[in-house]
Write a protein of this length. Structure first.
Length: 113
């Protein structure tokens, strides 16, 4: 955990999960879940197993699992995840890319993506 008032400049990399209540200026890469709390901020690109944003993220993000952008979040950057949830009230400026399977009736082909 990076507590409130704590500030890191530089790249953060590690196994496991990280909760950010303070601020990070630099790229973040963790194998587990990255949670940016309301009041926390990251200015840099993010790569995580899963990502929950309640604070501010300025940078692109990718996750092997779900990305959740909470109603309190302020995000500027592209999101790439297995699933992306954008709650009503969140401020988001960027693109969202997520893998999903379209129903056959929309594709005209059984089992198509």
């Amino acid at each position: 955990m990076l507590g409130r008032g704590a500030r890191v400049r530089g790249r953060v990399h590690g196994d496991g999960s990280l909760r950010v209540e303070g601020s990070i200026e630099g790229d973040v890469q963790v194998s587990g879940e990255l949670e940016i709390d309301d009041g926390g901020s990251v200015a840099g690109d993010v790569d995580a197993g899963a990502l929950t944003i309640g604070g501010q993220l300025t940078g692109n993000a990718s996750a092997r699992g779900p990305i959740t952008i909470r109603s309190t979040a302020r995000v500027s950057g592209d999101m790439l995840g297995a699933e992306v949830v954008l709650e009503e009230g969140a401020a988001f400026d960027g693109r969202i890319e997520a893998e999903f399977e379209l129903p056959p009736e929309l594709t005209g082909r059984p089992g198509s993506r």
